[in-house]
Design a protein around this ligand. Structure first.
Ligand code: HEM
Length: 528
């Protein structure tokens, strides 16, 4: 896709900057046996976040009905009504939803995060690369029940997977793939797992294989060699030995092929995990597989600061981080409205990684270091900016000639200010480029609806009443705010909507000063 595309940019970042300290959530998987509800003294509980995340994706998906297109991976597992069903025993779902909920935005639904969470858990813990598509929609209500349970018989499981859209062979395979991670916990399934009284497994979890936080084919090799401790194979009560019945249901042909070939197991799981994640209600349209952009600008922000525009941002060179990060010559070139080109050399900022470190990216920042100081680039407001491109060691990167478009129509002005910190009160000044003639300009804030889906609430801003000086590039539209919420700017021109990406809240602002002191400009360490 072509940058910028707010939704795809956000999904791409969540999926490919997963180990970035700024936007990623892979820290919950570092190391792979990390468990958010772990013991304070660090003794192992037997559980880990990664297995919880993978099981959450499966249970959210397993309500799908291919016949009528209902259910599927749609975040309905967040409803307590679903979590309290016996088919969803255990604390894994509430733990997982609590982590992911804080990452949801207007662009990234809980259902997409559940899918990215599973992808990240699998990839970061030794598994194969999984194709991720975005665009899942969080359901408005719980789905019908339908997750398989261990005490059901083989035919019930075959029927259940057929309803979800999987054949018997795919059922055997997908369960083996999933049960490469985690295990069965005593508290959730006391009839399957006894209290193990093991100080190094305080939650008494009987694991499916000997490497329960890592992806590998041990679930198959140990099963075929007869050494498995899988509680759904060798459990004392045969009624709940569902993996035993399912794995043997094709005379062990599939499990034998996985034990014989780690590569076959890995490639089969990569395909089936992706299909599991792409099983969504039939009215949901997923994006193409989200591939990483090789050169990706991020947090590109313009602020009107009196007689200049402050221009800041980053560019990520995907999977290009190496020893030459500091000396690589990265130039930013940008065109203004008069067709003139400007350029700046970008200093190295940081590295990030994805896929548990298999991919490393280098980031460069849009600020000067000529004098050793970091400061945003300065742009003449009248000239503005239309598009950017980058030069990396002399090679031009411009998305195949289209460039990276930058909008200079709407920006927060640094004259925005706070009148009271507590209770929070202040004024946002929004710079609107003269000649743009928007139908509406508004503040946007993300809010949760009654079923916890993110929506955007808009507050219209009244156009300025004073006539605007003809030689000014921007006019200021002002709006009073009396809350601590984070806002972006929205604008509508001829039915097309546009939003800025960076958020500001009253707490970011400098105190308002009496009018007469405005001429004595002072720099401040605050955002504005
Ligand atoms: C007939 C189908 C299945 C049955 C009866 C079944 C049953 C179970 C049971 C009883 C547990 C223990 C949960 C706990 O103690 O909290 C479990 C855990 C798990 N299941 Fe399944 N499962 C099935 C299919 C799958 C599939 C298709 C996947 C994923 C592709 C999967 C992934 C997992 C994972 C990752 C765990 C470990 C969770 C953790 O340790 O926190 N399961 N399963």
């Amino acid at each position: 896709y072509v940058w910028p595309s707010p939704k795809l940019d956000a999904l791409e970042a969540q999926r490919w900057d997963q180990d970035d300290t700024i936007s990623g959530f892979a820290s919950f998987l570092q190391p792979c046996d990390f468990f958010i509800a772990g013991n304070e003294d660090g003794t192992p509980t037997g559980r880990a976040n990664g297995p919880d995340w993978i099981r959450t994706a499966y249970h959210d998906m397993a309500t799908h009905n291919v016949a009528d297109g209902t259910g599927g991976l749609d975040g309905s597992i967040r409803f307590s009504e679903e979590q309290s069903r016996s088919e969803n025993a255990g604390t894994g779902f509430s733990n997982t939803v609590a982590v992911f909920a804080s990452f949801t935005t207007r662009h990234v639904s809980l259902a997409d995060l559940i899918a990215i969470g599973a992808v990240t858990a699998i990839e970061n813990c030794n598994g194969p690369q999984i194709d991720f598509r975005g665009g899942r929609v969080d359901s408005a209500a719980p789905d019908a029940p339908g997750v398989p349970e261990p005490q059901q018989d083989l035919q019930a499981h075959i029927d259940s997977f057929a309803r979800q859209g999987f054949t018997q062979t795919e059922m055997i395979s997908l369960i083996a793939c999933g049960h490469s991670f985690g295990g069965v916990e005593h508290k959730a399934f006391p009839d399957i797992v006894p209290d193990l009284k093991d100080p190094n497994n305080t939650l008494s979890v009987a694991h499916f294989d000997s490497t329960f936080v890592n992806f590998d084919n041990k679930v198959a090799t140990e099963y075929i060699s007869g050494t498995t401790q899988n509680p759904l194979v060798v459990g004392a009560n045969d009624t709940t030995n569902s993996d035993k019945r399912i794995f043997a249901s094709d005379r062990n042909v599939t499990m034998k092929s996985f034990a014989d070939s780690p590569d076959l197991f890995t490639s089969t799981c990569a395909t089936l995990f992706a299909r599991m994640l792409d099983t969504v209600p039939s009215d949901v349209e997923l994006t193409d597989v989200i591939e990483p952009l090789p050169i990706k600008p991020a947090t590109v922000v313009l602020l009107l600061d009196g007689d200049k525009l402050q221009f800041s941002g980053f560019v990520r060179l995907f999977n290009q981080s190496d020893d030459s990060d500091q000396i690589r010559l990265v130039n930013l070139l940008w065109d203004d409205r008069s067709g003139e080109t400007h350029n700046a050399t970008l200093p190295f900022d940081r590295t990030s990684s994805a896929m548990g470190g298999r991919v490393k990216s280098a980031w460069y920042a849009f600020n000067h270091t000529a004098d050793g100081n970091s400061a945003p680039l300065a742009i003449d407001p009248a000239a503005g900016i239309t598009t950017m491109r980058f030069e990396v060691n002399g090679n031009v990167e411009d998305q195949g000639g289209v460039g990276f478009a930058v909008q200079d129509g709407y920006a927060f002005s640094t004259s925005s200010c706070m009148t009271s910190a507590d209770p929070p009160k202040g004024r946002f000044d929004i710079a609107v480029r003269n000649g743009f003639n928007p139908t509406r300009v508004f503040l946007e804030r993300e809010v949760k609806d009654s079923v916890n889906r993110t929506t955007v609430e808009e507050t219209d801003i009244t156009p300025p009443t004073q006539p605007v000086a003809a030689d000014e590039a921007y006019s200021l539209w002002s709006v009073d705010v009396s809350d601590a919420n984070s806002y972006t700017i929205g604008a509508e021109v001829n039915g097309d909507k546009f939003s800025t990406i960076e958020t500001h809240s009253v707490g970011d602002l400098n105190p308002c000063r009496p009018q007469r002191r405005l001429q004595h400009k002072r720099r401040s360490s605050k955002t504005f």
